[in-house]
Design a protein around this ligand. Structure first.
Ligand SMILES: [Zn+2]
Length: 420
């Protein structure tokens, strides 16, 4: 690691990673003091000498550079085209790859009493944002409290950013209550569906989570479902407030119901012997629904219940969706099921399963960055290295386009321009 100023005469020369981290934390402490003042105390960083993959899907730039002032990216692209301010601290990434911070758009457990530990581990692993899709503790506080917890955690610089749905909305006795016990906001009419969604948004929900789960995947059937009118009312209420709806779905019949309601995104994947028709795939692609396949969940379920072919069917169906041009975001369902080990930090297992489904390294990177930022409803701020965005940056040794495993060989993580 080489850090120097952009003044040819004042090269600091080679310093250790430890020294670099100390230097940067001093600078960022100064940044906090100077923030918003007219003194211009914001630090300027330039990352150079690396391959740049910006998360938009554009071709990698071999000699890339990125300039950060304060917590925002102000320039990125080829070193020959990016103007580096003379006062910039230069960070030589020594041939590594500069990427946007990764986003795990489907986790749980982010409100546990040890959530801070989890969020710090994610950030250190290059995952600078996670989206919690539903508090699943049986006796947790009312949603308002959950969003206060989110805001408190988001103020801790070394934590991954937390985007939160709060609680599920569903009918009485529906999923997740049907299987995991009581914890959802329950409704009994379209009017109540609207009211529940508005209450969640008033309290601070970033996104609305619901479920269309009739029980097949859990070896059961006939679980209570939102009626078509209730489901449509729920989606309309969210859209009226410019919020996205992501819906738990695991079989083809429920998928059709969710699409009829107009949801934005499908959490999980059609699995098992349920046939996912080309017609439904084409419909999802043409309507622009994103899929978050949670392959790590399905592989874990297959390991624990070897008679189920959930892992394999999830990969097959994802492969068909990707071939048809569907949009995929990355989410693992961390802590979403007992007795399954989920990656904390870089979700390398999910990434390997995405590769098995035929996704290229570039497609996987875009899924885990730009597309997952869309899932978080934060595309204007997160997910790519375009100028104006928050400086959530991941640097790895090696090139993930050649070997996807290099994503775990992390050299630097920045969240909002600060070293994690
Ligand atoms: Zn989940």
């Amino acid at each position: 690691m080489i850090v120097k100023t952009n003044d040819a005469n004042s090269c600091v020369g080679k310093i250790s990673r430890r020294e670099f981290l100390k230097l940067t934390s001093l600078t960022t402490a100064g940044l906090l003091v100077g923030h918003g003042s007219s003194q211009g105390a914001e630090s300027t960083l330039a990352l150079i000498n690396g391959t740049l993959i910006d998360g938009t899907g554009a071709k990698a730039v071999p000699e890339g550079a990125i300039v950060i002032i304060g917590n925002r990216i102000i320039a990125s692209g080829s070193r020959t085209q990016v103007q580096i301010p003379t006062n910039a601290q230069m960070i030589d990434v020594q041939g590594g790859t500069i990427l946007p911070g990764f986003i795990n758009a489907h986790v749980h457990g982010a409100y546990y009493y040890y959530a801070e530990t989890l969020l710090k581990a994610w950030a250190r692993g290059g995952v600078t944002t996670v989206r919690d899709l539903g508090d699943i503790q049986p006796y947790s506080p009312y949603s308002k409290q959950l969003f206060k917890t989110r805001d408190r955690l988001n103020a801790i610089p070394k934590c991954a950013r937390l985007v939160a749905a709060g609680k599920f909305v569903n009918v009485k006795g529906g999923y997740p209550i049907a299987y995991w016990g009581g914890n959802a906001i329950t409704i009994t009419s379209p009017k109540e569906a609207r009211k529940a969604v508005n209450m969640l948004i008033d309290d601070g929900a970033d996104v609305i989570k619901s479920a269309m789960e009739s029980g097949l995947t859990f070896g059961q059937s006939g679980w209570p479902l939102l009626s078509p009118r209730e489901a449509s009312a729920l989606v309309e209420a969210a859209h009226d407030r410019d919020k996205l709806v992501t819906m738990h779905v695991t079989n083809a019949l429920d998928l059709e119901r969710a699409l009829d309601a107009g949801v934005d995104e499908i959490a999980h994947m059609v699995v098992g012997n349920q046939f996912l028709s080309e017609k439904l795939i084409t419909r999802m692609v043409s309507e622009g629904n994103r899929w978050i396949p949670t392959l790590e969940l399905w592989q874990g379920a297959s390991r624990n219940y070897s008679h189920l072919n959930y892992g394999k069917s999830a990969i097959n169906n994802l492969s068909r969706f990707v071939k048809a041009g569907g949009e995929v975001a990355l989410g693992t369902d961390y802590a979403g099921a007992p007795n399954i080990d989920f990656d904390l930090g870089m979700p390398i297992n999910e990434i390997k399963y995405m590769s098995e489904a035929g996704m290229t390294p570039m497609q996987i990177i875009v899924a885990a960055t730009r597309n997952s930022a869309r899932s978080c409803d934060r595309e204007s701020d997160l997910g790519t290295l375009e100028p104006g965005k928050l400086a959530d940056v991941l640097v790895v040794n090696g090139n993930p386009l050649d070997d996807i495993n290099t994503l775990t060989n992390i050299s630097i993580v920045l969240r909002g321009g600060k070293v994690v």
